[in-house]
Design a protein around this ligand. Structure first.
Ligand code: XMP
Length: 528
C-alpha cells in the first residue's frame, strides 16, 4: 500500500503515454472500443467523428485511429464523414462496421445495401494472411449487425475475410496501414475480438501495450499540485461513493491539509453510510472534514413533492445551498474538486459526440460558478473500474471501493412519490437486506447495483389472523459496465426467496416483494 499524504515530488515521472483515438460515428458500442483498447494496455479516448487534422495534432502521440460503427448508411445525405486528410495522414487506421464501410466509400470502393443483412452470430472464413488474424484459426465466429456492405474494396485493398453469405468481412491495405472489419471486435460475442484488437495495436500500430490505470496516479497528483499551486485550498464534496473518495485521496496526496472535505448528510443515505464515510476519511488522514447533518432541512423541503424531476431539483438546489453555506466559511478556497468520471462527461454531452445523452442530474450543475471556484476533476478520463483500481493503490478500504454506485439524490429516487420517513426507513432496511444477502452468496461483486425500491401503492396482506395493508417493495438488480446500459440480473431462486422472506418478516410495513425484470433500455436503473 502507498502511504497517503506524500508529496507530488515523490512520484516517479510517467513515460510518454501512447494513445488510440476512437472516432465516434454514433455506434452503440463506441464506448466498448475505448474500454477494450485500455484493457489491452493502450490508453484510449473517444473523439468526435469530424475531428480535424489540426485538432488531431493536439492529442499527443496518437498511435492509431479507430473508426467506430454507426447507425447511418455511408451513402445517405448528411451521413457523418471524417476529415479526409485524417485518412491520408499515415496513422494506422482500423474501421469497424460503419467505419469499414466509410473507408471503402471514401477511398474509392463500393458500398450498397447488402443482398442479405447479417445480424448476430456469423461464421467468417479468413481468406488471406493478415496481421489482424495472426494466430487465429481460418474460420471464426463473429458478431455482425449491418444492412449495408462493402461490395467492392478500394483499389490497393485486398479482401482478407469473407462471411458465410459471401460478403466482405475484412479488408486491408497493409502498405498504407489501413485495416477494416465488418464485424464488431469489441463485443464479447466475438470471442476472438480481443485478440484481433491486440494484433492491430501491437503488430500494426506498434503499441507497447503497457499502460495501466494506476500509471495515471502520479500524473494526476502532479497535475493537481501544478494546477492548484502552493497556497490555495481545495474544497471537495464527498458522498461515500468511490469516485468522490478517490478524488479526495488524490487531492490530499497533492496538497495535503489544504484539502477541505464537505460531507452533507441529506437524510437520504444508505444504512450506516454516514459512519462509513467518516471512518474512511479518517483513514485517509484527511484533517479538515466539514460534516453537516442537514437531513431535517431536506425532508422538510421534500414534503408533499411527488414528481421525480421536482424531487431531484429540490435536492440539487438545497444541496448547493447547504454546500455554499459551508464553503463560505472556508477561507482561501479557490478550487472545487469533483469526482466526475468519463461516462458522466459523455452522458452530459461534454465530448460533443453523436451518442451523447443529456443527463443533467448526474452533476450538481452550476456549483463551481456559484461558489466562484475553479473546477478540478482528476478522474475525468477514467471508467469506474479504473477508478476502483486506482482507489486500491491509494489505500481506500474495500467497503468504499467495492460498494455499489449510489445516486446523488440518494434514496429519494428509490421511493415512489412523496419522500417520507416511513418509506425511507423501509427502503434503507430492505436495501441493506438485499446487499447483505448478495454478499453472503458471494454475488455482490457480480452486479452493478442491487437494491430495494418502495412503491406508494399498497397491497393487502394477512399477518396472523388479521388483515393488514402494507407497502410493495421491488427488488432491482442489474449488471452493467458503466451504467449507461444494463441487463436485469437473474437472481438465483433461493436467493430471491430468502431476500423476499427476510424483507416481509423483518421490515415493518411491507406486505409484498416483487422483482424487476426489465433491462436498460427501455427502463432506467433508478425508478423514480
Ligand atoms: P439511470 O437510473 O439513469 O442510472 O439508469 C444510471 C446510473 O446513474 C445513477 N443515477 C444517478 N446518479 N444522480 C446521480 O448522481 C442521479 O440523479 C442519478 N440517477 C441515476 C444510477 O444509480 C446508475 O448507476
Amino acid at each position: 500500500m502507498v502511504a497517503i499524504g506524500t508529496t507530488a515530488e515523490a512520484v516517479p515521472q510517467a513515460k510518454v503515454r501512447e494513445k488510440v483515438l476512437v472516432l465516434d460515428f454514433g455506434g452503440q458500442y463506441t464506448h466498448l472500443i475505448t474500454r477494450r483498447c485500455r484493457e489491452a494496455g493502450v490508453y484510449s479516448e473517444i473523439a468526435p467523428f469530424n475531428l480535424s487534422l489540426e485538432e488531431l495534432a493536439q492529442f499527443g502521440e496518437v498511435k492509431a485511429l479507430i473508426l467506430s460503427g454507426g447507425p447511418r448508411s455511408v451513402y445517405e445525405e448528411g451521413a457523418p464523414h471524417p476529415d479526409k486528410r485524417i485518412l491520408e495522414c499515415g496513422i494506422p487506421l482500423l474501421g469497424i462496421c460503419y467505419g469499414h464501410q466509410l473507408l471503402a466509400e471514401m477511398l474509392g470502393g463500393e458500398v450498397e445495401r447488402a443482398p442479405k443483412a447479417e445480424y448476430g452470430r456469423v461464421s467468417i472464413n479468413i481468406t488471406e494472411q493478415s496481421p489482424l488474424f495472426n494466430s487465429l484459426p481460418w474460420k471464426i465466429e463473429v458478431w455482425m449487425s449491418h444492412g449495408d456492405a462493402v461490395l467492392k474494396p478500394p483499389r490497393g485493398f485486398k479482401v482478407t475475410a469473407v462471411s458465410e453469405s459471401g460478403l466482405i468481412s475484412a479488408m486491408e491495405n497493409a502498405e498504407r496501414r489501413i485495416y477494416s472489419v465488418q464485424f464488431h471486435i469489441e463485443v464479447r460475442h466475438t470471442p476472438q475480438g480481443k485478440k484481433i484488437l491486440e494484433n492491430f495495436l501491437r503488430d500494426v500500430a506498434g503499441c507497447r501495450c503497457d499502460w495501466r490505470p494506476v500509471d495515471l496516479v502520479g500524473e494526476m497528483v502532479r497535475e493537481v499540485a501544478k494546477e492548484v499551486g502552493g497556497e490555495a485550498k481545495v474544497i471537495c464534496g464527498v458522498s461515500g461513493g468511490v469516485d468522490s473518495m478517490t478524488t479526495a485521496a488524490i487531492i490530499h496526496r497533492a496538497i495535503g491539509d489544504r484539502l477541505h472535505v464537505i460531507f452533507i448528510d441529506h437524510g437520504l443515505l444508505r444504512k450506516n453510510e454516514k459512519e462509513l464515510v467518516l471512518e474512511s476519511l479518517k483513514k485517509l488522514q484527511v484533517k479538515n472534514i466539514h460534516f453537516v447533518d442537514a437531513s431535517r432541512e431536506f425532508l422538510a423541503a421534500l414534503r408533499g413533492v411527488r414528481d421525480p424531476e421536482e424531487k431531484r431539483r429540490i435536492i440539487g438546489r438545497l444541496f448547493v445551498e447547504v454546500f455554499e453555506r459551508i464553503a463560505a466559511g472556508i477561507e482561501g478556497a479557490r478550487y472545487l474538486a469533483q469526482g466526475t468520471i468519463y461516462p458522466d462527461r459523455v452522458e452530459s454531452g461534454a465530448t460533443g459526440i453523436l451518442t451523447s445523452l443529456i443527463k443533467s442530474h448526474h452533476n450538481v450543475a452550476g456549483l463551481p460558478e456559484r461558489l466562484g471556484l475553479l473546477l478540478v476533476e482528476p478522474l475525468k478520463d477514467l471508467y469506474k473500474d479504473e477508478v476502483r483500481q486506482i482507489a486500491r493503490t491509494l489505500g481506500l478500504s474495500s467497503s468504499v471501493i467495492d460498494r455499489h454506485p449510489f445516486p446523488g439524490p440518494g434514496l429519494a429516487v428509490r421511493v415512489e412519490g412523496e419522500v417520507t420517513e416511513e418509506k425511507l426507513r423501509i427502503c434503507r432496511e430492505a436495501s441493506a437486506i438485499v446487499e447483505e444477502e448478495f454478499k453472503r452468496w458471494g454475488l455482490y461483486d457480480s452486479v452493478w447495483q442491487a437494491f430495494a425500491v418502495v412503491l406508494d401503492s399498497k397491497w393487502v396482506g394477512v399477518k396472523g389472523d388479521a388483515r393488514s395493508v402494507g407497502h410493495v417493495v421491488i427488488i432491482r438488480a442489474v449488471t452493467s459496465e458503466d451504467g449507461m446500459t444494463a441487463d436485469w440480473y437473474q437472481i438465483p431462486d433461493e436467493l430471491i426467496d430468502r431476500i423476499s422472506r427476510r424483507i416481509t418478516n423483518e421490515v415493518e410495513g411491507v406486505v409484498l416483494v416483487a422483482y424487476a425484470t426489465t433491462s436498460k433500455p427501455p427502463a432506467t436503473i433508478e425508478p423514480c
